[in-house]
Ligand binder design. Structure first.
Ligand SMILES: Cc1cc2nc3c(=O)[nH]c(=O)nc-3n(C[C@H](O)[C@H](O)[C@H](O)COP(=O)(O)O)c2cc1C
Length: 330
């Protein structure tokens, strides 16, 4: 039997010269993977943080909530700041703006399927322009002193699966790692992720490939690693309401008391970060996911989703802990 490797001392992989001490990474998820949630996931075992996508021009101008999107804490390192863009000059400018925050690497989003992004030639639209995609990465690699990584999907649609060409071109342009979500842009989040396609990418390039799509349980982690040959696995939706996935614990393995304690911690962290009012409003998206597998889930969700005060949320968490079988009546 092979001796187990201590990933605290021996990295599982390197993104350029950045060691990654663990095989699971929280996926960037706009609206969910903010600083408070990433910090929790990182503590529970996520080996790195990637900030949710920010538009290049937003980052340069500091518009909207772009500063919040790229904000990260010291315990999250290594951290990749993810940028969306299609224009070489603007992307470079945005990456330079990001450098001021001293991330460990820059990740370029070439997978976002949202129409407002892809209709303007950004995100997943770059899958239709492999040459341009490679040119953008080449320009960033040349301009930046830190590694540049890319997150892609399998192609625009089932008729234009070009993930091998994309991966090889991106590697040729200097990408230090490639995350592959095993779906096309057209699929959005429907169907199932094609892990065999991710395996083909891994065989086609020599930089680390991070496998992504449909990992929800501890068994799924082993299964995607086996199917793709990738050590690094990125987990998105399966971590919402269940950050313990990064400690390789399934939902059934987390006692109610621990679940309630995590909800309190997460709620407190969000209020501390966003302020009481906004923290309360934003936590709702998470609270309804912490109860997703419980009996009476609909009633718990309704109650948590409509709680309007901090005391109201805390009382519901208390009730969950003490009487999980007794959700409040509507
Ligand atoms: C609400 C939401 C927001 C997302 N935002 C981003 C994003 O900002 N950047 C990105 O690269 N992918 C984003 N994704 C895609 C995820 O990173 C991931 O690729 C996808 O959810 C598949 O992984 P999963 O099956 O583990 O969820 C988002 C997904 C969701 C559900």
């Amino acid at each position: 039997m092979q001796a187990a490797i201590d990933t605290r001392t021996t990295p599982v992989a390197r993104i350029g010269d950045v060691p990654i001490h663990g095989d699971l990474i929280l996926a960037p998820m706009a609206g969910f993977s903010d600083l408070p949630f990433r910090t929790i996931c990182r503590r529970l075992g996520s080996a790195a943080s990637v900030t949710p996508c920010v538009l290049d021009e937003g980052l340069v101008r500091g518009t909207g909530r772009s500063h919040e999107r790229v904000d990260f804490g010291p315990s999250e390192r290594p951290v990749g700041i993810q940028i969306i863009g299609k224009d070489e000059e603007r992307l470079r400018e945005a990456a330079h703006a990001a450098l001021a925050l001293a991330p460990d690497y820059i990740d370029v989003n070439m997978g976002c399927p949202a129409r407002r992004v892809s209709s303007k030639g950004r995100g997943a639209a770059l899958l239709r322009e492999p040459e341009r995609a490679a040119r953008l990465i080449g320009a960033l690699v040349e301009a930046l002193p830190i590694p540049v990584t890319v997150k892609i999907r399998l192609g625009w649609d089932g008729e234009s699966l070009n993930y091998l060409e994309m991966a090889q071109r991106l590697e040729g342009a200097g990408a230090a790692a490639i995350t592959v979500h095993g779906r096309t842009k057209e699929q959005g989040y429907s169907g199932t992720a094609d892990w065999a396609a991710i395996a083909r990418v891994r065989e086609a390039v020599s930089v680390p490939v991070i496998a992504n799509g449909d990992v929800r349980t501890v068994a799924d982690i082993a299964a995607i690693q086996e199917a793709t040959g990738c050590r690094l696995v990125m987990i998105g939706r399966g971590a919402i309401g269940h950050p313990w996935i990064f400690s390789r614990r399934d939902v059934a393995d987390v006692p109610m008391g621990e679940r309630a304690a995590m909800m309190r911690e997460h709620f407190g962290a969000m209020r501390a970060y966003y302020g009481e009012r906004f923290g309360l409003a934003l936590f709702c998206k998470h609270s309804v996911r912490y109860v997703q597998y419980m009996p009476g889930v609909a009633a718990w969700r309704r109650a948590l989703g409509s709680a309007e005060t901090i005391e109201g949320v805390l009382a519901l968490i208390e009730r969950l802990e003490v009487h999980p079988e007794d959700p409040p009546a509507p």
